[in-house]
Design a protein around this ligand. Structure first.
Ligand code: I6G
Length: 672
């Protein structure tokens, strides 16, 4: 049997936990860390396990029931849960206000304003301060008993705070799923291979209508109160806003954006303010609700059909609309990525007319199972690119075929491939494809590739825009006369560029391979390929099997290399480059383990004045060294430039030989 001390401790733990919940959810001002909160909850759980007679239904440990239901029971609402009339324009708001003023006989009306949350309406019944029943709105007269699920929502108190609450209190409000929780949930669903939700409202609704409360308990649901239904034994305050403050004191969360505004002017200003921050709010909202603040005036206004005459929902432009998918086009990006774009029957959504939406990649098309001719739901929120969120399958006519991204680039005709570990399909005609032209030339000219001095990004743009260069080989056909026609290009600069181009022809095979811009072939991989295959011809002829047999070359790179050289257009450009006079010193065939630095591990740290760190790494690798990113007992040498940081001190600690820049250059000279 639990003694008095234990009972008091249990009571105190419950009070502390409830107070922390209140600070966190209602006041939005957490008082303790998560770990402190968990510690209190754990202590309470342990005491209740030890003394089961102390467990009460409203204990914070009792949120999740153990058994799934077979169905939800029906609940009759004693006070019907009505809907709200809508306003879609300023005129509608002016009309609403005029009707209110006529009944009130007043010039300016105070309105309680708050965001209209996009969730699902719920009724919570508290008897003597204890949550005894929660029900959905249903048809307004009867809904479903979702008490066990609602008990799992942490923002909903199982017991009201303080003492002054009425014996019967029915609170109404909205259950929502915050946007961040929705994104996380969908990510988890995807990872588990389960169905994703199209928007936070559907996710909230699906989660609340689970028969197993243990599932609901894992869903990030939240709640805000917006009014009351039944109330007994309590003298109502004179305004709605005071009543809401009262709910807050009893421990119920209210929307922190709620305000009282004056007249239509105040309503319009509030609307504009909220419209501006709409996308930054934690929860989805679809408009603003205005309620006559004065309760006596509310009573005087009464109801029309199924809606109060004292309240209205001023809707924001819808962020989701239905339209038809007319076609799917492929856009080729600057890096060669093929992106499917949905061409839509124009539709007004999120405040603009939308006729295109991104479909991202093949996985997204498959996930949506979207087909040409389908009726789809498009969503445009804020400045984000419009998305297709779902297909209205019931409206599909006939049996349209599934869509597949083409296996040829629509811009240049080269093969379009999707590598094993990527979602994106890429064009492999990097050197030739018009869509990738500017990026390919910028990369080719860059310092670590062909190192064409003076050919910066702006000049590349100019040369392509003026039609002087289409492919990289055209660079070597440029004349001083042609260059001088460009804006801000004098004779001297033109001559310097032609000289720099001439100089760049003398390169290394590794730099040349890197300059080609093959997908996933960086400097180090280019160096590995050059050292292994020795000549460009050998590399061009290499099969995937031969490539994967090279140390450090994986199947993805092997596939990229083979596909790149298989494109006739790429080979033509390469031939033109060789014909223009690009050359490199022959590489002597040396077995890897015969290379002078074979078996030695280097780490390069700090800034070298004579070359970049990648260049230094490539030079070492060419000599057979292994280059690692961290210093360990296995490291043989640490090359140290300016501002080396912790790697140099670690090397000293471990007694590893340190090479300053001069000594490093000496070493390269000795073995090259
Ligand atoms: O559906 C609703 C959402 C929000 C409401 C509502 C509300 O106030 C912020 N208020 C009432 C009075 C009703 N429905 C009927």
């Amino acid at each position: 049997m639990a003694d008095k001390k234990i009972r008091q401790r249990v009571e105190s733990l419950r009070e502390q936990i409830n107070a922390h919940n209140y600070a966190y959810y209602v006041l939005d001002n957490p008082e303790v860390t998560d770990s402190e909160y968990d510690r209190l909850l754990r202590e309470l759980t342990e005491l209740e396990q030890q003394y089961p007679e102390l467990v009460t239904p409203d204990s914070p440990t009792q949120r999740v029931g153990a058994k799934p239901l077979s169905e939800f029971a029906e609940v009759q609402h004693e006070v019907p849960m009505l809907s709200l009339g809508n306003a879609f324009s300023e005129e509608d708001m002016i009309d609403f206000d005029r009707r209110v003023r006529e009944v009130a006989g007043q010039k300016i009306i105070d309105y309680a304003a708050e965001p209209k949350l996009d969730g699902l309406a719920i009724s919570l019944l508290y008897q003597d301060g204890v949550l005894v029943r929660a029900a959905t709105r249903g048809d307004g007269h009867s809904g479903e008993d979702v008490t066990l699920n609602v008990r799992t929502i942490q923002a909903i108190p199982l017991k009201l705070r303080g003492r002054g609450y009425p014996p019967v209190l029915e609170v109404r409000g909205e259950v929502v799923m915050p946007k961040s929780g929705f994104e996380k949930l969908n990510q988890q669903q995807k990872e588990k291979g389960e169905k994703t939700f199209v928007n936070p409202r559907n996710a909230a609704s699906g989660s609340l209508r689970q028969l197993d409360p243990r599932v609901t308990a894992t869903r990030p649901l939240s709640f805000y109160s917006y009014g009351i239904g039944l109330i007994e034994g309590f003298a109502m305050p004179d305004t709605h806003s005071k009543m809401m403050q009262q709910l807050k004191e009893w421990g119920l969360r209210i929307n922190p954006q709620s305000r009282v505004v004056q007249g239509v002017k105040g309503c319009m200003e509030y609307y504009q303010q909220l419209a501006k921050i709409r996308n930054d709010l934690p929860d989805e909202i679809d408009g603003i609700v205005y309620k006559v603040d004065n309760i006596a005036l509310q009573e005087k206004l009464g109801f029309v059909s199924r809606a109060p005459r004292w309240a209205i929902a001023y809707k924001f432009p819808a962020q989701e609309e239905m339209t038809r998918l007319l076609a799917i086009d492929i856009q080729v990006g600057r890096t060669g990525a093929l992106t499917p774009v949905a061409r839509l029957e124009p539709v007004f959504v999120g405040g603009v007319t939308v006729s295109n939406a991104t479909l991202h990649n093949q996985d997204e098309i498959d996930r949506l199972d979207v087909r040409i001719g389908d009726t789809v739901i498009v969503r445009r929120a804020g400045d984000v690119i419009p998305q297709i969120v779902s297909v209205v399958k019931s409206r599909r006519k006939g049996k349209p075929r599934r869509y597949h991204i083409p296996d040829k680039c629509p811009v240049c005709g080269s093969a379009a491939v999707r590598y094993d570990d990527e979602a994106v399909t890429y064009c492999t005609g990097g050197l030739y494809c018009e869509a990738q032209r500017k990026e390919a030339i910028k990369h080719f000219a860059s310092r670590r590739a062909m190192n064409i001095d003076g050919l910066g990004d702006k000049l590349v743009e100019q040369l392509v825009d003026e039609g002087l260069v289409n492919h990289v080989d055209d660079l070597y056909k440029l004349t001083v006369g042609q260059l001088m026609q460009l804006e801000r290009m004098g004779k001297k600069s033109a001559q310097n560029l032609v000289d720099a181009l001439q100089q760049s022809k003398n390169t290394t095979l590794a730099r040349f391979i890197f300059a080609l811009g093959i997908h996933n072939v960086g400097e180090t991989t280019a160096q590995t390929l050059a050292s292994h295959f020795l000549t460009l011809d050998n590399l061009i002829k290499a099969t995937e099997e031969e490539l994967v047999a090279v140390p450090d070359i994986g199947p993805v790179v092997a596939q990229n290399v083979v596909t790149f050289f298989r494109q006739p257009h790429n080979r033509e450009v390469i031939q033109q480059l060789i014909d223009a006079g690009i050359h490199w010193p022959a590489i002597k065939a040396r077995k890897r383990d015969e290379l002078p630095l074979a078996g030695k591990t280097f780490v390069v740290t700090g800034t070298l004045s004579s070359m970049g760190r990648n260049e230094a790494k490539a030079a070492l690798q060419e000599l057979g060294a292994k280059v690692s990113s961290s210093v360990s007992k296995k490291t043989d040498y640490v090359v140290v430039g300016e501002n080396p940081g912790s790697k140099a001190s670690k090397a000293e600690e471990l007694g590893i030989e340190i090479l300053e820049e001069a000594a490093f250059l000496e070493l390269l000279k000795k073995y090259s």
